[in-house]
Design a protein around this ligand. Sequence first.
Ligand code: SF4
Length: 447
Amino acid sequence: MAKLHLITYGCQMNEYDSERVAGLLRERRWELTSDETEADLILVNTCAIREKAEDKVFSKLGELRLLKTQRPDLVIGVMGCMAQLHQSAIQRRAPAVDLVFGSPAIARVGELVDRVLRERQPVLETGEGPLVKITARPPAAGRLKAFVTVMEGCEKYCTFCVVPQTRGRERSHPPEVIVDEVQRLAAQGCREVTLLGQTVNAYGRDLTPPTDLGELFARVNDVEGLARIRFTTSNPYNLTPRLIRALRDVPKVCEYFHLPLQSGSNRVLERMNRGYTRERYLELVAEIRDAVPAMAFSTDLIVGFPGETEADFAQTLAMIEAVGYDNVFVFRYSRRPGTPAATMADQVAEDVKASRNTRLLEAATRVGAERSGRLTGRTMEVLVDGTSKKNAGELSGRTRCNRVVNFDGQGSASVGDLAQVHIDQVLPHSLRGTLASRPEEAACLSK
Ligand code: SF4
């Protein structure tokens, strides 16, 4: 079998796309290798969300060019968001690249690679293609968790974001196709799925008849053997009372909600074209906590968006306390060519972004630690996924609210079990606990 090496940058969507590509190529006798020096084909799955991510890709392509001078038969391909956005720049700056293709062409990756091998000249495939559900994946015996794409694209046009240009318009996969994929995963031992979409809570409105994410939760919930459902990423604009009811009523949906805020200032939110205000966001958080009191929230925040003043920033800082996030991902604003924000006149200096970044992270760490502190003494459901990184004699897993828990349960619980664990100690990045009951006895205590 010929050897394939995959290098993935960026988000979960990219990780998932890489898996699908590996699965599709495997059907054509390409075997995955983790060693790029023995590969016959190297595919770089790229991210265009920030300038830094793009620089990394070009520097990697420079390294691969050297590899190709030693092995002229090596085929190098670039896929993902940068491929879609900068196809000509890639060809110009990285002439060793043989194949460039965007996400819509993933389903045809085998055919594209064959074309490169046959014609021995660069192949470029970007532009929109039909929506195809690809369920091929590399074999992963005992895979406990899996991503499942439920929709592709986004039509929100936030002024800082390239996704609508790279991933195209919103297109949902039919629920029966998704349920079928989850059933197959569960039959192979998968216990947890994360339903993926750039705006996953807009799922289904483009289908005939239209449906929604709450309805999909209910259908996925019925899959036997599956224990947990997660979903990402949501946009507050598309949050409906129906979805909030589903968060409460569908038992396998976990109490962890990643709800990007981006900024706490209404002035900045408007310039970002986010479609909600800080008041509306807080209202939604209150409604969700009212329905599901144990809900943990995480968010994405951008610092240094054009025109962000100290007063705007203070409002973002205040939201960390007001919401009480478990986890916060902070990004310094990065100009993306082709987006409206890139040409806004009042760009913020890098040192100001750096200082705001640090201050937000400090606040987020403090609030996150307070939230963790509340878990001491509680008994929580943990999906056991392996052994502790620091102590192979201990088991490790995650709570429904996505916290890592290490506990001594060897011999009493195994990977894949839902164990009830008493939380004894809260550490900065994990929890420590004691097995409260054997998994068989614990099953009825879930949720
Ligand atoms: S909703 Fe998300 S993916 Fe869509 S344009 Fe805005 S930031 Fe980008």
